[in-house]
Ligand binder design. Sequence first.
Ligand SMILES: [Zn+2]
Length: 150
Amino acid sequence: MGIAQKYSIAYHAMTKGHHSLDVAVDGELFREMESTEVKDAACDVHIEVERMESGLNLQVAITGKAVVECDRCLEDCDIPIDFNGELAVRFSDTVSDYDGEQMWIAQGEELSLAQYIYESIIISLPYRRVHADGECNPDMLARFTPANNE
Ligand SMILES: [Zn+2]
């Protein structure tokens, strides 16, 4: 199963009203998207769906962790992820560009949240990505710090 399918919303079968679904994110999403920042991930995505005639309103909560390279010691570093977002999906024959908050798809077209979830985790990453103080690999730090500096 490709990532587009794994994160697709099977809205065709949904009745109007509320639905909720959960999907797990792992490192595959970031490998498939060829991310240079995120090496691995383990997140739960909870999606509340409001199915309407004209489209869908989605509330997306992503919690878990992403593994990135520590800015200080370059070893793997877990970054907690806690994202909440809303996405409006509208059915339209004239499909406009996805702008991060509203997505237009043709009625019947597959709706995949792979791109949305990927971007949401990327924007959740802090600017500075380091281990907590004292948790960097001391051997790695020593290699980057001149010996006479401390
Ligand atoms: Zn570190």
